[in-house]
Design a protein around this ligand. Sequence first.
Ligand SMILES: [Zn+2]
Length: 250
Amino acid sequence: METDRSAKLEFAVQMTCDSCVNAVRSALEQQPGVQAVQVDLHKEQVLVEASLTAQEVQKLIESTGRRAVLKGIGSGQQDMGSAVAMLSGCGLVQGVVRFLQLSPERCLIDGTIDGLQPGPHGLHVHHLGDLTQDCLSCGEHYNPYGRPHGGPQDTERHAGDLGNIVAGPDGRASFRLEDTQLKVWDVIGRSLVVDAGEDDLGKGGHPLSKTTGNSGERSVCVCVCVCVCVCLHSVILPSMLICCLTTFDQ
Ligand SMILES: [Zn+2]
């Protein structure tokens, strides 16, 4: 489900003087969803505590005319682990999805995916991280408890059932979810798949509703499979786990 719980984001931002710092501060402070802003001119670093998607915060910073690169995301409370999935599928589909374990029960999932057909698409963690046959070798939805397929708010569901993301007319899906069944340590080494169609969350009455949500073939042309890489040890800030995404240029 969507969440407004805050997380800490670290950006590298080119800044050369105090006026740059002030411009970045002004662009972020007072914005709905932004709780705190720290700007370090010498490190060219901007730390933002916000309940916005990473992409929304990046846009606010870049509204000042400066390029911002997301370096990490953290909870600010416990270092429980995080992971990054970088998506580069067939055609124009690409994006990045970050998983951050906020507490033993809650996992924050922040992502932006471009190049999708406008409309809803099922989003699932699959059992295997095997991409040797593209999306066909990922296995079924991650389901450690042998339950039927369902929606993200159902108790009876696959742990990998994350529901639907919605791409706008420009083909971009930007989302920020919180999940109580999926854990960061579950997704490591598995795969994340965006389906061609909408997931009926197990309620569509179709023969596939209770297994896949009838969300379309994992066609090579429309699915996006990624291995989830783990970033566990590059702690930069106290009480904040920073992911290893230091060179990814979104
Ligand atoms: Zn499922």
